[in-house]
Design a protein around this ligand. Structure first.
Ligand SMILES: Nc1ncnc2c1ncn2[C@@H]1O[C@H](COP(=O)(O)OP(=O)(O)OP(=O)(O)O)[C@@H](O)[C@H]1O
Ligand SMILES: [Mg+2]
Length: 379
């Protein structure tokens, strides 16, 4: 038979209800008196702290705190008694707690104040934050890893570009040395012979530098890419989440309009994630000092059957000068920028048979777009 807990209750019912509340609460509930002595320690507290009630009841609550709060707590209570200044009473905040085994864990502790049998008492509600902390930490690690991977990849592209640039002058050095040797080949002068030997050595070293660069290029260019059918929306969602870790204080609004009817696309997941990560990071960086911070991410199917993703921000937009060279490497307006993000993005999109471009956003910011062909290009 169903029983409804409508007041008013008799004394016995009240007591039973109170016990029910205390014993079934998922959060820890404890009561301490004005001297810090624990008067009530519920089942959830036993589970959270690893103590039996008998080990805690009648003792000072500071045993549940790690140093240095452990030593300072009596002082807080005393200060509150004499000055009325509240640190946590009447509100709540995140603090650390200590289990019986000595391990320390994060909790959200809220403390209410009351009077019981003419004595002041404090009611603490303890909410375990360990899991949330662990999830956040995992996300941060994942982000750091992805940024690391993308930086490595950027280094690869960069060294490949360097190698390409350096090859020409090195070849020219070798050619000039050879020509110089031929010019003086028939001169039997002692000094010229010595100079010829030195030119030999110089040419040798120049070819060696060329070899090193050649190997570097082979190494960075031959890295496998792995293509698989992926959902662009999922990759976009994940990369946005990763890119935004740590930007919560910026108070940015993120609007996602992701089309539900997108076909699966053959792509290198990590690379496309890097493109999204770079675009979102650029947008976040551009909006750092903007009065309005609004990122709009859209995915949709185009008339040609390609999949299109757009990232619109409310930053300051781009100057004509930057636009002209936007996708070239080493173009940056940032103090710590490498200016390589967008050039990598473009080469990734081109390797996928797609495109990457920028249009000014109507509100003055920038909007970056990329497309991926629904049918994969043949390698
Ligand atoms: N959303 C945007 N709003 C305004 N300017 C942008 C935006 N995205 C890129 N830019 C401009 O284009 C430049 C090049 O961007 P790119 O990502 O290639 O390099 P970066 O962000 O400067 O450095 P990094 O190599 O760390 O990515 C930036 O320095 C910036 O001036
Ligand atoms: Mg960038």
């Amino acid at each position: 038979m169903e029983r409804r807990f409508d007041p008013p209750f008799g004394e016995a019912e009240n007591a039973a209800l109170f016990r029910l509340l205390i014993s079934t609460a998922v959060d820890g509930i404890m009561v301490i008196d004005g001297r810090g002595t624990v008067r009530l320690f519920n089942n959830a507290c036993e589970r959270l702290f690893g103590y039996e009630p008998g080990e805690v009841l009648g003792r000072n609550v500071s045993m549940l705190m790690p140093a240095p709060y452990r030593e300072e707590h009596d002082g807080y209570l005393e200060a509150y008694r004499t000055t009325g200044i509240r640190k946590i009473i009447g509100i709540g905040r995140e603090v650390t707690a200590r289990r019986k085994d000595g391990s320390i864990f994060p909790i959200y502790l809220s403390v209410g104040e009351g009077v019981f049998e003419d004595e002041p008492v404090f009611v603490g509600i303890v909410h375990d934050m360990s899991e949330r902390h662990a999830a956040l930490k995992q996300l941060q690690e994942l982000q750091a890893e992805l940024i690391h991977v993308s930086r490595l990849n950027e280094m690869g592209h960069m060294s490949s570009a360097f190698a390409h640039e350096l090859n020409q002058p090195l070849a020219a050095i070798v050619n000039y040395l050879r020509a110089a040797q031929r010019t003086v080949a028939s001169v039997e002068d002692e000094t010229v012979i010595r100079a010829r030997e030195m030119m030999d050595k110089a040419a040798e070293q120049a070819s060696r530098a060329g070899q090193i660069i050649k190997r570097l290029r082979e190494f960075t260019e031959k890295r496998d890419t792995s293509r698989a059918e992926e959902s662009l929306n999922r990759i976009v969602e994940e990369a946005i989440a990763l890119a935004l870790v740590g930007s919560a204080p910026m108070n940015m609004k993120v609007e996602k309009n992701l089309a539900a009817d997108l076909p699966g696309i053959s792509m290198d997941r990590i690379q496309i994630q890097q493109v999204v990560l770079n675009l979102v990071r650029n947008a976040v960086e551009a909006m750092e000092d903007a009065p309005v911070r609004h990122l709009t991410v859209t995915t949709r199917l185009t008339g040609e059957g390609d999949v299109l993703a757009s990232f619109r921000d409310t930053g300051p937009g781009l100057s004509e000068e930057v636009v002209r060279r936007l996708f070239e490497p080493f173009v940056t307006t940032k103090e710590n920028g490498m200016g390589i993000g967008l050039s990598i993005c473009r080469s990734i999109m081109e390797a996928h048979g797609g495109r990457l471009w920028m249009t000014p956003a109507p509100e003055g910011g920038a909007e970056f777009h990329f497309t991926l062909p629904a049918t994969a290009p043949r390698d």
